[in-house]
Design a protein around this ligand. Structure first.
Ligand code: UD1
Length: 340
């Protein structure tokens, strides 16, 4: 019988791509989402790609009674992938309690209920933001955790500590913490992708909206950094590559009994790409110009960070594969499918 996996935040950007990969790998997927930053039609996209419509439960993970009902109505869930979280850095500075409540209460509720409902493991979405401004690049998992520069970043650090403390207390659960670098792109089918509500805060949705004429112009936040072209450097990872890593992590956690109860992996390509290089890559891949101007630096931005993904490559046997031009094409295809 297929193993049953709960994907919290499963109609969101990374959640929906992961649901597709899980279904294609033979898992049964149950999604919980409160649709605060996604919409129900995402299920149609998942079904169109996989031929399977996942079970959907509308609810709030920060409400333990919603979760209790979900686990009762869907017995036999073996693993959880927790994407249900707020993720806008700027908003987190304005509304810190919203971020601490959403992100931390959700995790605490899930961990609390896991043993009682026989759930063996949880994959947690963390972020390279826990490293702050690195002393050197590429950065591996042994690098020090730096003080967070936003409540959002702090929720990721605290969440990692909560999981660590819970497992150290002897709780009968396992966890794999995945530190994402910058997930971008969309499914190659064009049926699911990132659906930013309002003005996008992240680079690629802003780029594609500017290319589509929805925004007059992209602003490049600073060209006076200590990098070859002066713009910031990140490690942009295709969302489908990222989604596949979750399937591998889940399999490792549930099917093996020789692994540590808690493991941490960087998920990135190992390549640093600047904002200006990404704009050029988009033009090369799609033939479409992105109108842009250089603006001031954005407060809180890190100058340069990219992953050393060796541990994930060797231990998980996972490697980012999708070339950047394919990722750019997929992002553009997705943008073109959206209403203007
Ligand atoms: C941020 C967070 C990261 C989080 C992610 C999720 C930090 C330091 N990073 O990533 O932890 O997981 O958001 O949303 O907290 N840029 C422009 N113009 C734009 C938008 C962005 O030039 O209109 C530049 C930024 O300055 C940056 C790069 O593009 O250099 C990527 O920005 P963005 O997509 O917002 O991601 P991060 O800030 O790297």
């Amino acid at each position: 019988m297929a193993q049953k996996i709960l994907v919290t935040g499963g109609t969101g950007y990374i959640g929906s791509h992961t649901a597709v990969e899980l279904i294609e790998a033979g898992y049964e997927v149950v999604i919980i989402d409160n649709l605060s930053n996604s919409n129900i039609e995402v299920l149609d996209g998942i079904e169109a790609i996989t031929g399977v419509r996942p079970v959907f439960f509308k609810g709030d993970c920060n409400n333990i009674e919603d979760l209790r009902r979900l686990f009762t109505e869907n017995p036999g869930i073996e693993g959880i992938i927790n994407f249900a979280a707020s993720k806008a850095v700027g908003e987190s500075v304005q509304k810190p309690l919203l971020y601490y409540r959403n992100n931390l209460a959700t995790l605490i509720n899930l961990l609390d209920l896991m043993p009682g409902f026989g759930v063996k493991g949880i994959v947690f979405s963390s972020s390279c933001t826990v490293y702050g401004e690195p002393d050197k690049n590429p950065i591996d998992e042994t690098a020090p955790i730096k003080p967070a520069t936003s409540p959002y970043g702090n929720t990721k650090q605290i969440s990692e500590e909560i999981i660590t403390d819970y497992i150290a207390s002897g709780a009968p659960v396992k966890s794999i913490i995945l530190r994402y670098f910058n997930p971008i792109g969309a499914h190659p089918s064009g049926k699911i992708g990132e659906l930013p509500i309002g003005v996008p805060g992240n680079l690629v949705p802003y780029m594609t909206q500017a290319a589509a004429g929805i925004r007059p112009m992209l602003t490049v936040f600073g060209d006076d950094y200590n990098t070859p072209d002066g713009s910031c450097i990140r490690d942009y990872i295709d969302v489908v590559d990222l989604a596949k890593a979750h399937v591998i992590a889940m399999r490792r956690m549930l099917d093996r009994n020789d692994t540590d109860a808690i493991e941490i992996f960087n998920l990135g390509t190992g390549c640093g790409v600047s904002v200006l290089e990404l704009i050029a890559a988009f033009k090369k891949a799609t033939g479409v110009d992105i109108p842009y101007k250089i603006g001031p630096r954005r407060a809180g931005d890190i100058e340069k960070i990219w992953a050393d993904p060796k541990k994930a490559n060797e231990v998980l046997g996972w490697k980012a594969k999708v070339p950047i031009d394919r990722t750019m094409k997929n992002a553009w295809q997705w943008q073109c499918s959206l209403p203007k």
